[in-house]
Each structure stands twice: as C-alpha cells, then as structure tokens.
Write a protein that binds this ligand. Sequence first.
Ligand code: SAM
Ligand code: SF4
Length: 438
Amino acid sequence: MSEKKRRFYIRTFGCQMNESDSERISGLLARAGAVKSERPEEADLIIVNTCAVREKSEQKLLSYLGRLAQIRNKRNVRVAVVGCVAQLRGWELLGKAAAVDFVLGPDNTAELLTLMQEGAPQKHVSTSRSKEWPETPPGLIQRDSQFSGYVTVMEGCDNFCAYCIVPYTRGREKYRPLRSVLEEVRDLAGKGYLEAQLLGQNVNSYLDPDTGRQFPDLLKEVAAVQGIEWIRFLTSHPRNFRPEIVETMAGTRKVCRELHLPLQSGSTAVLKRMRRGYTREAYLDIVSRLRRLMPGINLSTDIIVGFPGETDRNFEETIEVLRQVRFSNLFSFRYSPRPLTEASKLEDSVPKEVKQRRLEEVQRLQREIQLEDHSRLVGQTMRVLCQGRSRKTPQLFSGRNEGNQVVNFRSDEDSTGRFAEVRITGCGPFSLLGEKTS
Ligand code: SAM
Ligand code: SF4
C-alpha cells in the first residue's frame, strides 16, 4: 500500500450474505490501511458487490455501472465488480460495462488487496473456486451495526432448485469450522453485541468440518456464549428441517421465536417441478411442529409466482397456504429465468401480466394478514432491540422485536444498541408503533 491512504467505497446489492461479505471485504481492506469512504466520488476504488438471483438484479447492476462511468470519466478511480454476477459473467462484464476494471468471484475478493495498490493491472478477472473456508480471524470484519452481527457459518448450496442460480455462482456447500464460528461470536459478545445472526444459503445442512457436529450443536454452542442474548439464523430449507432442529430451537431460549422458511409454492406439483424436495403437507407439518413447541413463533417466507406451468389452481393452492399459515412477513417474486438453471430450459409459459396479477394478489393478501395480526398486538408490551432513529420519521426510534417485526417507538431516551420495553399503541401492515415504558 502506498504512503497516501487509499480510499474505497463499497455498494452492496442483494441479500444478507452479500451484506456480510461486504463487511468482511471492508475489514480486510481496512486492516491493510485503506479507509472506507461514504461517497463513491471520494474513492480510489469502488467495489460493487452483486446479486444474480433475478434478471432484474443484473439490470440494476448495469444501470448502476452506467452511473459510475460518469464518475470514472472525471477522475482516476478503479471499479471492481465482485460476488455472484462477477462469478457468472466473468470476462463478459468487461465488454458489457466500460466502467469495470476488475471482476472477482465470491472466492477471490482477497485479491482486492493487491488490486488496490498502485501499479495493479489495468484489467483483471478472477473467478476460480476454492474448497477451503477462507481464514477469518475474529475482529477482522468491519460491521455496520454495533449491536447485531452477521456471522457466516456456511457458503454455497447443493440443492439445485430448478429455478436457482445460487449453486452456480456460490458453488457447492462449504462449512466454517465451529471453532472459528465460536471465536467470532465470542469476539462479538466481548464488544458488547447483543444479537448474532448466523448466515448461510442453507444453514440447517451445517456440518462442522473438524468434528462432524451439526446445526443443532452449533445453535447450542452459540447460545452458550455469555453476552449474546438473541440468536437468529437464515436461510433454512424445509427439505432438511429436521424435528431435532425444532426441538433445539424450543429448548434454547436465546434462539428468537421467528424463522424464515421459504415455501416458494403451495402446490406439491409445482414444488416437485421446482425440485424443492418437499410437499405442501410436509411443509405444513413443520409449521405445526414449530407452533406446537413454540406457540406464537413468527414465520416468514419467500414465494415465487409464475413458475413454468403454474396454473390458476396451483396458484390458488399457494394462496390457501398463505391464509392457513399467516406468515408474519413475506418476500414475493415473479419467476425470472436464469442462465444455467434447469428451469431455464422450460418454456417461461406464464404470461407477464398473469405473473404480475398473481404477485399483486399475494402482496394484497399478505398486507391484510399482517395488518390483522399486528392489530392484535396493540396493548402488549414487548422487548425491542433499538437500532437507532427511524429513517422515515426521525422523531421516533426504530428496532425489531424478538419475532423480527419492525417496531417504531417514542422515547425520551436514546436506547440505540440496547433493549427497550415498548408498549404497542398502533400499527400498520409493515410495522408496529409504540412507546418506551422502561
Ligand atoms: N436458500 C434460500 C432458499 O432455500 O429458498 C433462498 C436463496 S435465494 C437467494 C432467495 C429467494 O429468491 C428464493 O427463496 C426465491 O424465492 C427467490 N428466487 C431465487 N431464484 C429465483 C428466480 N429464478 N426467479 C424468481 N425468484 C427467485
Ligand atoms: Fe437456491 Fe434452492 Fe439453494 Fe435456496 S436452496 S440457494 S433456492 S438452490
């Protein structure tokens, strides 16, 4: 690194895994003496961490790169595209977007350390795969939050759902040694963090490479770390969400009473074509078990509408499951054909307008359900981990309750980074409103 401190800016598209990767990249560069910048206009290196899950995510990236080209025309700045689109498109990206200098797949981001230095090559592409878990010394990660920390426990996916590009961009599953996970969680606790969020594309298939211990053991070990009060994890897959995991959650009080369990479709026929590996009934059985052992647990999900061949009746079955389960939050997507996937070989048979109509129906129903379920919480007092002032309404504070619902609240005191007891006084479909009581 040269005498003058190099400045980098990082923009993240996509899921929590990407946010977590960006925090690791920031830590890596900061340890080498570089300084994180809040504005791309001030940086020597702009890093764009990308998502390839839907076509729209790639389009958003290209339009962002178009905007960066304007900055790049005015001053000497290098642009690195990293993550899933980098892995998928490789050299092709250099031809597609003039603003791009470096392209690095998810396993190659440590190369930014050399590419940051003066005298780095003009153009560079690296998308090689590694089977090893990258060494992540505790304390390396530069986190955005001072009280809730992402901890990646596994990477990649072996499931090959018919629509999904992730196994091709993130590669096969690899697991972080339990010892390394625990070092990281202890480091968080030592710094006063109250919440750990364990991340992976498919966390419930976790297997410690050193000892063969599985996800329930990981949960118990993390829960034994003093200081961490709330534990969340995502994403879980219904295919291997074994009863033992439900029992461990129920028996481990620090594990928050909420679970993100992607359903994708309520039709067994569609699930089969999606290669999800479970039926509607098997999914509903998991829900019953969760609710039996943890009454009141909040469940959230992902839904894809318009998968090839999805009929009106198939879609109706999804609506039925949404009415039955009453998810507390839902992410819905129009099916988007992705390169390399099995479904991309099928005809994208559901017309765009039908996909749009189905998407709107799912979202309308979900809004109704959330509003009704939120109204039932009015009058209750709940624990909220305060994240700071609400961005939309700065006179309120904002945080999440144990069930992962957003709670905006009035308070005379700033409890950012701490728990607050909040009495719920009102609600909308997407958040609760309250007053701090203590
Ligand atoms: N591993 C998780 C799981 O098992 O569902 C999800 C990972 S994926 C990044 C997040 C969500 O994106 C999926 O749950 C799915 O609903 C959605 N998704 C993935 N591929 C898609 C596609 N081709 N079209 C539309 N939505 C898609
Ligand atoms: Fe994609 Fe399926 Fe793996 Fe989730 S489980 S990342 S949807 S292939």
